[in-house]
Design a protein around this ligand. Structure first.
Ligand code: NAI
Ligand code: MN
Length: 338
Protein backbone atom coordinates (compact mmCIF):
# COMPACT_ATOMS: atom_id res chain seq x y z
CA UNK A 1 0.00 0.00 0.00
CA UNK A 2 0.99 3.64 -0.34
CA UNK A 3 1.19 6.11 2.56
CA UNK A 4 1.98 9.83 2.78
CA UNK A 5 4.72 10.22 5.32
CA UNK A 6 6.46 13.33 6.65
CA UNK A 7 9.99 12.23 7.51
CA UNK A 8 11.01 15.60 8.90
CA UNK A 9 10.34 19.31 8.29
CA UNK A 10 9.86 19.91 4.55
CA UNK A 11 10.18 16.21 3.69
CA UNK A 12 6.88 14.70 2.60
CA UNK A 13 6.97 11.50 0.59
CA UNK A 14 4.68 8.93 -0.92
CA UNK A 15 6.08 5.59 0.29
CA UNK A 16 5.25 1.95 -0.37
CA UNK A 17 4.69 0.03 2.90
CA UNK A 18 3.22 -3.27 4.14
CA UNK A 19 -0.55 -3.35 4.61
CA UNK A 20 -0.87 -3.45 8.44
CA UNK A 21 -2.75 -6.24 10.30
CA UNK A 22 -5.23 -5.11 12.95
CA UNK A 23 -4.12 -6.00 16.47
CA UNK A 24 -6.52 -7.08 19.25
CA UNK A 25 -9.29 -4.49 19.64
CA UNK A 26 -8.50 -2.81 16.34
CA UNK A 27 -10.17 -2.52 12.96
CA UNK A 28 -8.45 -1.93 9.65
CA UNK A 29 -9.92 0.89 7.57
CA UNK A 30 -9.53 1.00 3.80
CA UNK A 31 -9.37 4.80 3.52
CA UNK A 32 -11.65 6.43 0.92
CA UNK A 33 -11.11 10.14 1.56
CA UNK A 34 -9.04 12.32 3.88
CA UNK A 35 -9.15 16.09 4.36
CA UNK A 36 -6.11 18.34 4.64
CA UNK A 37 -6.02 20.48 7.80
CA UNK A 38 -3.92 23.51 8.66
CA UNK A 39 -2.19 21.33 11.26
CA UNK A 40 -1.02 18.90 8.52
CA UNK A 41 0.69 21.87 6.87
CA UNK A 42 2.30 22.77 10.22
CA UNK A 43 3.62 19.21 10.56
CA UNK A 44 4.99 19.42 7.02
CA UNK A 45 6.82 22.67 7.80
CA UNK A 46 8.06 21.62 11.24
CA UNK A 47 5.94 24.20 13.10
CA UNK A 48 3.61 21.79 14.92
CA UNK A 49 4.24 21.74 18.69
CA UNK A 50 3.49 18.04 19.41
CA UNK A 51 4.46 15.96 16.37
CA UNK A 52 7.23 13.34 16.31
CA UNK A 53 8.79 12.35 12.98
CA UNK A 54 8.59 10.27 10.89
CA UNK A 55 4.80 10.40 10.76
CA UNK A 56 2.02 9.27 8.44
CA UNK A 57 -0.13 12.40 8.77
CA UNK A 58 -3.90 12.96 8.39
CA UNK A 59 -6.56 13.00 11.09
CA UNK A 60 -9.70 13.77 9.04
CA UNK A 61 -10.57 10.52 7.30
CA UNK A 62 -13.21 7.92 6.53
CA UNK A 63 -13.42 4.62 4.72
CA UNK A 64 -14.63 1.07 5.04
CA UNK A 65 -13.62 -1.60 7.57
CA UNK A 66 -11.96 -4.47 5.69
CA UNK A 67 -10.48 -6.52 8.57
CA UNK A 68 -10.85 -6.79 12.36
CA UNK A 69 -8.47 -7.86 15.12
CA UNK A 70 -9.12 -10.28 17.97
CA UNK A 71 -12.07 -9.34 20.15
CA UNK A 72 -13.84 -7.25 17.49
CA UNK A 73 -17.05 -8.56 15.92
CA UNK A 74 -16.49 -9.85 12.38
CA UNK A 75 -19.86 -8.24 11.54
CA UNK A 76 -18.02 -4.93 11.40
CA UNK A 77 -16.25 -5.92 8.18
CA UNK A 78 -17.85 -3.91 5.38
CA UNK A 79 -19.03 -1.10 7.66
CA UNK A 80 -18.53 2.44 6.34
CA UNK A 81 -16.92 4.49 9.11
CA UNK A 82 -15.65 7.94 10.06
CA UNK A 83 -12.67 7.80 12.42
CA UNK A 84 -12.24 10.13 15.39
CA UNK A 85 -8.52 10.76 15.89
CA UNK A 86 -8.66 11.13 19.70
CA UNK A 87 -7.20 8.28 21.80
CA UNK A 88 -7.43 8.58 25.58
CA UNK A 89 -6.27 6.42 28.52
CA UNK A 90 -9.55 6.19 30.45
CA UNK A 91 -7.76 6.47 33.79
CA UNK A 92 -6.50 10.01 34.36
CA UNK A 93 -8.51 12.75 36.08
CA UNK A 94 -9.71 14.20 32.78
CA UNK A 95 -10.94 10.83 31.51
CA UNK A 96 -12.68 10.09 34.81
CA UNK A 97 -14.58 13.40 34.73
CA UNK A 98 -15.67 12.80 31.12
CA UNK A 99 -13.11 14.98 29.32
CA UNK A 100 -11.05 12.39 27.39
CA UNK A 101 -10.15 14.90 24.65
CA UNK A 102 -7.70 16.53 27.07
CA UNK A 103 -6.44 13.19 28.45
CA UNK A 104 -3.09 13.22 30.27
CA UNK A 105 -1.91 10.56 27.82
CA UNK A 106 -3.68 11.97 24.75
CA UNK A 107 -2.69 10.45 21.42
CA UNK A 108 -3.97 12.00 18.22
CA UNK A 109 -3.92 9.97 15.02
CA UNK A 110 -1.75 11.68 12.44
CA UNK A 111 0.15 13.57 15.16
CA UNK A 112 1.30 11.19 17.91
CA UNK A 113 0.45 8.01 15.98
CA UNK A 114 0.30 7.24 12.28
CA UNK A 115 -2.84 8.65 10.71
CA UNK A 116 -5.14 8.41 7.75
CA UNK A 117 -3.15 9.64 4.72
CA UNK A 118 -2.66 6.00 3.79
CA UNK A 119 -4.54 3.42 1.77
CA UNK A 120 -5.08 1.40 4.96
CA UNK A 121 -5.00 2.44 8.62
CA UNK A 122 -5.50 0.32 11.78
CA UNK A 123 -7.32 2.07 14.63
CA UNK A 124 -8.96 1.10 17.96
CA UNK A 125 -12.42 -0.24 17.05
CA UNK A 126 -14.31 2.30 19.16
CA UNK A 127 -12.78 5.18 17.19
CA UNK A 128 -14.47 3.99 13.99
CA UNK A 129 -18.03 5.38 13.96
CA UNK A 130 -20.54 3.79 11.56
CA UNK A 131 -21.92 6.14 8.91
CA UNK A 132 -25.42 5.62 7.42
CA UNK A 133 -25.85 5.22 3.63
CA UNK A 134 -27.37 8.68 3.31
CA UNK A 135 -24.00 10.23 4.27
CA UNK A 136 -21.65 9.88 1.29
CA UNK A 137 -17.97 8.92 1.48
CA UNK A 138 -16.64 12.48 1.06
CA UNK A 139 -19.01 13.88 3.67
CA UNK A 140 -17.89 11.15 6.09
CA UNK A 141 -14.32 12.48 5.88
CA UNK A 142 -15.54 15.90 7.08
CA UNK A 143 -17.08 14.61 10.32
CA UNK A 144 -13.83 15.45 12.16
CA UNK A 145 -13.68 19.17 11.26
CA UNK A 146 -17.41 19.54 12.00
CA UNK A 147 -16.77 17.82 15.35
CA UNK A 148 -14.56 20.81 16.24
CA UNK A 149 -17.61 23.08 15.92
CA UNK A 150 -19.82 20.56 17.70
CA UNK A 151 -17.45 20.47 20.65
CA UNK A 152 -17.11 24.25 20.89
CA UNK A 153 -20.88 24.76 20.77
CA UNK A 154 -21.52 21.97 23.27
CA UNK A 155 -19.22 23.85 25.64
CA UNK A 156 -20.93 27.25 25.21
CA UNK A 157 -24.50 26.02 24.70
CA UNK A 158 -26.63 27.72 22.02
CA UNK A 159 -30.15 29.21 22.29
CA UNK A 160 -32.25 29.82 19.16
CA UNK A 161 -32.73 33.49 20.12
CA UNK A 162 -28.98 34.09 20.19
CA UNK A 163 -27.25 37.00 18.42
CA UNK A 164 -24.14 35.05 17.40
CA UNK A 165 -20.88 36.54 16.15
CA UNK A 166 -18.20 34.40 14.47
CA UNK A 167 -14.71 35.77 13.88
CA UNK A 168 -13.10 34.09 10.85
CA UNK A 169 -14.77 32.25 7.94
CA UNK A 170 -11.91 29.85 7.25
CA UNK A 171 -12.59 26.10 7.32
CA UNK A 172 -13.03 26.02 11.09
CA UNK A 173 -15.19 29.14 11.16
CA UNK A 174 -17.34 27.63 8.39
CA UNK A 175 -18.08 24.51 10.45
CA UNK A 176 -19.24 26.76 13.30
CA UNK A 177 -21.28 28.95 10.92
CA UNK A 178 -23.01 25.94 9.32
CA UNK A 179 -23.79 24.46 12.75
CA UNK A 180 -25.14 27.73 14.17
CA UNK A 181 -27.54 28.21 11.26
CA UNK A 182 -28.31 24.65 10.16
CA UNK A 183 -28.45 22.87 13.51
CA UNK A 184 -29.19 25.56 16.08
CA UNK A 185 -31.08 27.95 13.76
CA UNK A 186 -29.88 31.02 15.61
CA UNK A 187 -31.97 34.12 15.09
CA UNK A 188 -29.09 36.34 14.00
CA UNK A 189 -25.63 35.33 12.79
CA UNK A 190 -22.93 37.92 12.17
CA UNK A 191 -19.65 36.81 10.56
CA UNK A 192 -16.50 38.90 10.19
CA UNK A 193 -13.41 38.21 8.10
CA UNK A 194 -10.96 40.15 5.96
CA UNK A 195 -11.42 38.07 2.79
CA UNK A 196 -14.41 38.66 0.50
CA UNK A 197 -14.48 35.12 -0.98
CA UNK A 198 -14.72 33.69 2.51
CA UNK A 199 -17.46 36.14 3.50
CA UNK A 200 -19.37 34.88 0.47
CA UNK A 201 -19.15 31.31 1.79
CA UNK A 202 -20.56 32.58 5.10
CA UNK A 203 -23.45 34.29 3.27
CA UNK A 204 -24.16 31.08 1.34
CA UNK A 205 -24.29 29.21 4.67
CA UNK A 206 -26.95 31.58 5.97
CA UNK A 207 -25.05 34.37 7.75
CA UNK A 208 -27.41 37.33 8.19
CA UNK A 209 -24.57 39.84 8.14
CA UNK A 210 -21.08 39.09 6.75
CA UNK A 211 -18.72 42.01 7.20
CA UNK A 212 -15.21 42.77 6.02
CA UNK A 213 -13.60 44.32 9.11
CA UNK A 214 -10.20 45.11 7.58
CA UNK A 215 -11.10 48.83 7.51
CA UNK A 216 -13.94 48.97 9.99
CA UNK A 217 -14.23 49.41 13.74
CA UNK A 218 -16.54 46.55 14.73
CA UNK A 219 -17.68 47.63 18.24
CA UNK A 220 -18.89 50.98 16.86
CA UNK A 221 -20.47 49.38 13.78
CA UNK A 222 -22.49 46.94 15.93
CA UNK A 223 -23.41 49.57 18.54
CA UNK A 224 -24.81 51.88 15.82
CA UNK A 225 -27.11 49.06 14.76
CA UNK A 226 -28.11 48.09 18.29
CA UNK A 227 -26.48 44.65 17.95
CA UNK A 228 -25.13 43.08 21.15
CA UNK A 229 -23.70 39.62 20.48
CA UNK A 230 -24.75 37.06 23.08
CA UNK A 231 -22.56 34.22 21.75
CA UNK A 232 -19.14 34.96 20.24
CA UNK A 233 -16.87 32.34 18.67
CA UNK A 234 -13.30 33.26 17.76
CA UNK A 235 -12.30 31.04 14.84
CA UNK A 236 -9.81 33.63 13.52
CA UNK A 237 -7.67 33.12 16.59
CA UNK A 238 -5.67 36.28 17.01
CA UNK A 239 -4.99 37.11 20.69
CA UNK A 240 -6.31 40.69 20.22
CA UNK A 241 -9.79 39.39 19.39
CA UNK A 242 -10.64 38.42 22.98
CA UNK A 243 -10.24 42.02 24.12
CA UNK A 244 -12.60 43.28 21.40
CA UNK A 245 -15.08 40.46 22.05
CA UNK A 246 -15.32 41.42 25.73
CA UNK A 247 -15.93 45.02 24.63
CA UNK A 248 -18.80 44.31 22.27
CA UNK A 249 -20.42 41.36 24.09
CA UNK A 250 -23.88 41.57 25.64
CA UNK A 251 -24.04 41.06 29.41
CA UNK A 252 -24.31 37.32 30.15
CA UNK A 253 -22.71 36.47 26.79
CA UNK A 254 -20.45 33.45 26.25
CA UNK A 255 -17.19 33.67 24.34
CA UNK A 256 -15.63 30.56 22.76
CA UNK A 257 -11.93 30.55 21.88
CA UNK A 258 -10.55 28.09 19.31
CA UNK A 259 -6.95 29.27 18.93
CA UNK A 260 -3.56 28.04 20.12
CA UNK A 261 -1.51 31.23 19.97
CA UNK A 262 1.13 31.31 22.71
CA UNK A 263 0.81 35.12 22.92
CA UNK A 264 -1.24 36.61 25.76
CA UNK A 265 -4.52 38.50 25.39
CA UNK A 266 -5.20 41.63 27.41
CA UNK A 267 -8.32 41.09 29.52
CA UNK A 268 -10.01 43.49 31.92
CA UNK A 269 -11.48 41.65 34.91
CA UNK A 270 -13.77 44.59 35.53
CA UNK A 271 -15.33 44.27 32.08
CA UNK A 272 -15.63 40.50 32.41
CA UNK A 273 -17.31 40.69 35.80
CA UNK A 274 -19.44 43.76 35.11
CA UNK A 275 -21.16 41.80 32.33
CA UNK A 276 -20.67 38.40 34.02
CA UNK A 277 -19.24 36.94 30.81
CA UNK A 278 -18.16 33.31 30.37
CA UNK A 279 -15.12 32.24 28.38
CA UNK A 280 -14.86 28.70 26.98
CA UNK A 281 -11.91 26.85 25.51
CA UNK A 282 -12.35 23.78 23.30
CA UNK A 283 -9.92 21.19 21.99
CA UNK A 284 -10.60 18.51 19.37
CA UNK A 285 -13.82 16.68 20.21
CA UNK A 286 -15.32 14.94 23.20
CA UNK A 287 -17.56 12.12 21.85
CA UNK A 288 -19.11 14.40 19.21
CA UNK A 289 -18.90 12.02 16.21
CA UNK A 290 -22.39 10.50 16.65
CA UNK A 291 -23.90 14.00 16.93
CA UNK A 292 -22.20 15.24 13.76
CA UNK A 293 -23.14 12.09 11.83
CA UNK A 294 -26.77 12.73 12.88
CA UNK A 295 -26.52 16.35 11.68
CA UNK A 296 -25.35 15.07 8.30
CA UNK A 297 -27.95 12.32 8.09
CA UNK A 298 -30.65 14.93 8.84
CA UNK A 299 -29.35 17.36 6.21
CA UNK A 300 -28.70 20.03 8.86
CA UNK A 301 -25.17 20.76 7.67
CA UNK A 302 -23.81 20.81 4.14
CA UNK A 303 -20.43 19.05 3.75
CA UNK A 304 -20.55 19.56 -0.04
CA UNK A 305 -20.44 23.34 0.48
CA UNK A 306 -17.49 22.87 2.83
CA UNK A 307 -15.35 20.84 0.37
CA UNK A 308 -13.71 23.13 -2.20
CA UNK A 309 -11.22 20.85 -3.98
CA UNK A 310 -10.37 17.19 -4.66
CA UNK A 311 -6.98 15.70 -5.52
CA UNK A 312 -5.92 12.09 -6.01
CA UNK A 313 -3.79 11.25 -2.94
CA UNK A 314 -0.77 10.68 -5.20
CA UNK A 315 -0.91 14.45 -5.98
CA UNK A 316 -0.61 15.44 -2.32
CA UNK A 317 2.25 17.86 -3.07
CA UNK A 318 0.05 19.74 -5.56
CA UNK A 319 -2.78 19.84 -3.02
CA UNK A 320 -0.52 21.34 -0.32
CA UNK A 321 0.93 23.82 -2.84
CA UNK A 322 -2.57 25.03 -3.82
CA UNK A 323 -3.61 25.46 -0.18
CA UNK A 324 -0.51 27.47 0.56
CA UNK A 325 -0.59 29.58 -2.61
CA UNK A 326 -4.30 30.48 -2.59
CA UNK A 327 -5.75 29.90 0.89
CA UNK A 328 -8.51 32.45 0.27
CA UNK A 329 -9.96 30.21 -2.46
CA UNK A 330 -9.67 26.97 -0.50
CA UNK A 331 -11.99 25.63 2.13
CA UNK A 332 -11.58 21.88 2.69
CA UNK A 333 -9.16 20.27 0.24
CA UNK A 334 -9.84 16.53 0.02
CA UNK A 335 -7.47 13.72 -0.92
CA UNK A 336 -9.19 10.83 -2.70
CA UNK A 337 -7.75 7.37 -2.02
CA UNK A 338 -10.40 5.22 -3.64
P1 NAI B 1 -7.70 29.93 8.53
O1 NAI B 1 -6.44 30.69 8.74
O2 NAI B 1 -7.95 29.31 7.19
O3 NAI B 1 -8.95 30.89 8.85
C1 NAI B 1 -8.90 32.00 9.69
C2 NAI B 1 -9.77 33.10 9.09
O4 NAI B 1 -9.80 34.20 10.00
C3 NAI B 1 -9.21 33.65 7.76
O5 NAI B 1 -10.23 33.61 6.77
C4 NAI B 1 -8.76 35.07 8.10
O6 NAI B 1 -8.95 35.96 7.03
C5 NAI B 1 -9.68 35.40 9.28
N1 NAI B 1 -9.14 36.42 10.18
C6 NAI B 1 -7.88 36.55 10.65
N2 NAI B 1 -7.78 37.58 11.51
C7 NAI B 1 -9.01 38.12 11.59
C8 NAI B 1 -9.56 39.20 12.35
N3 NAI B 1 -8.81 39.94 13.17
N4 NAI B 1 -10.87 39.47 12.21
C9 NAI B 1 -11.65 38.73 11.38
N5 NAI B 1 -11.19 37.68 10.66
C10 NAI B 1 -9.89 37.38 10.77
O7 NAI B 1 -7.72 28.83 9.65
P2 NAI B 1 -8.73 27.59 9.98
O8 NAI B 1 -8.21 26.34 9.36
O9 NAI B 1 -10.13 27.99 9.71
O10 NAI B 1 -8.49 27.46 11.54
C11 NAI B 1 -8.79 28.52 12.41
C12 NAI B 1 -8.18 28.32 13.77
O11 NAI B 1 -8.77 27.23 14.42
C13 NAI B 1 -6.66 28.04 13.76
O12 NAI B 1 -6.05 28.99 14.62
C14 NAI B 1 -6.54 26.66 14.33
O13 NAI B 1 -5.39 26.51 15.12
C15 NAI B 1 -7.79 26.55 15.15
N6 NAI B 1 -8.25 25.17 15.36
C16 NAI B 1 -8.66 24.85 16.61
C17 NAI B 1 -9.10 23.59 16.90
C18 NAI B 1 -9.57 23.26 18.27
O14 NAI B 1 -9.81 22.10 18.53
N7 NAI B 1 -9.71 24.22 19.16
C19 NAI B 1 -9.10 22.54 15.87
C20 NAI B 1 -8.72 22.99 14.56
C21 NAI B 1 -8.29 24.27 14.34
MN1 MN C 1 -8.20 19.16 11.49
Amino acid sequence: MKSIIVEGPGQMKLVETQVPYPRGGEVRVRVHHAGICGSDIHIYHGTHPFVRYPRVIGHEFAGIIDAVGAGVSAARVGQRVAVTPVISCGECYQCRVGRPNVCANLQVLGVHRDGGFSEFCCVPADLAHPVPDIVDDCAAATVEPFSIAANMLSRTGVEPFEVALVYGAGPIGMTVIQALKGVHRVEKLIVVDHIETRLNWARAAGADLAIDTSNLELPGFLAERGLKPTLIIDAACHPSILEEAIELASPAARIGLMGFSPDPSSVSQRKLNAKELSIFASRLNNRQFPNVINWMAGGQINPAQFISHHFPFTSVHDAFALLEATPADCCKVMLDFA
